[in-house]
Design a protein around this ligand. Structure first.
Ligand SMILES: Nc1ncnc2c1ncn2[C@@H]1O[C@H](COP(=O)(O)OP(=O)(O)OP(=O)(O)O)[C@@H](O)[C@H]1O
Ligand SMILES: [Mg+2]
Length: 239
């Protein structure tokens, strides 16, 4: 057993180089980060510092150029794309800044979507989607289309969709970036509740006040971690 098994997320010296023709962008330059089961961390850093790149790799949406990534003790950096998709579907819930809902589908249909790739019948899908929408306080909006919902409500639908497979890890990339401050506070309250219920949360934010709801803040600069701050008043030995 290696030491990474103590952590639900462990990365070791991640390097990500994007190649566009002759131009290379070194988006991650040796990132090592560990998150304990049930931890809550925030990632901050200037635009272009590599935050989304790191989230995509942790979320099995992309693979590193070099370095290792362990999820629940499993080395996912050596996995093929279909294996990554399976891990992603089981273990990861992703929340994006732009909500990424399908406009022609109503709330419950959007939330059911990830289950189309699993062997769940229509009735079971609807039941689980309704339960997920109720968890985010939207049991009374299930037939509304995205255009008929406020930004905060759309993001809550997106959170319900992320929760449908009850993932251990929830990754949120600027979840409040497109919201007014009141809706942002509601979204943070939901993330905190999910943390209390045992989910591991990683969130990217530009907003220090949002970041401070986590137990630990990790600062990225030019693809490297320059600082890790334990947030006072929030939980114990998460570092
Ligand atoms: N698919 C891609 N192809 C080429 N370069 C990319 C790609 N995605 C990101 N980059 C580059 O990698 C670097 C890191 O980008 P990334 O999106 O991770 O930054 P970020 O910290 O999330 O920024 P922001 O706060 O603006 O969202 C940037 O210089 C960006 O231009
Ligand atoms: Mg980004």
């Amino acid at each position: 057993m290696n030491k990474e098994t103590n952590f639900i997320i462990g990365t070791n010296n991640l390097i990500k180089i994007y190649k566009l023709g002759d131009v290379e962008v070194r988006a991650l330059n040796g990132v090592s980060i560990s998150v304990k089961k049930g931890g809550f961390i925030s990632i901050m850093g200037a635009s272009g510092s590599g935050k989304s790149t790191l989230m995509h790799i942790i979320g099995c949406l992309d693979r590193p150029t070099e370095g290792k990534i362990f999820l629940d003790g499993t080395d996912v950096s050596i996995m093929e794309r279909d294996e990554l998709a399976e891990i992603r579907n089981k273990k990861i819930g992703f929340i994006f800044q732009m909500f990424n809902l399908l406009p022609r589908m109503n709330a419950i249909e959007n939330v059911e979507l990830p289950l189309l790739y699993c062997d769940v019948e229509k009735k079971g899908r609807q039941k689980r989607a309704l339960a997920a929408l109720e968890r985010v306080g939207l049991g009374d909006r299930i037939k509304h289309h995205p255009a008929e919902l406020s930004g905060g409500q759309q993001q809550r639908v997106a959170i319900a969709r992320a929760l449908i497979n009850n993932p251990a890890i929830i990754l949120a990339d600027e979840p409040t970036g497109n919201l007014d401050s009141k809706s942002g506070v509601e979204i943070i309250a939901i993330l905190k509740k999910l943390h209390e219920q045992g989910h591991t949360i990683v969130t990217v934010t530009h907003d220090r006040a949002v970041a401070e709801h986590a137990e630990r803040i990790v600062i990225l600069k030019d693809g490297e971690i320059t600082e890790e701050v334990k947030v006072r008043g929030n939980n114990e030995d998460n570092i």
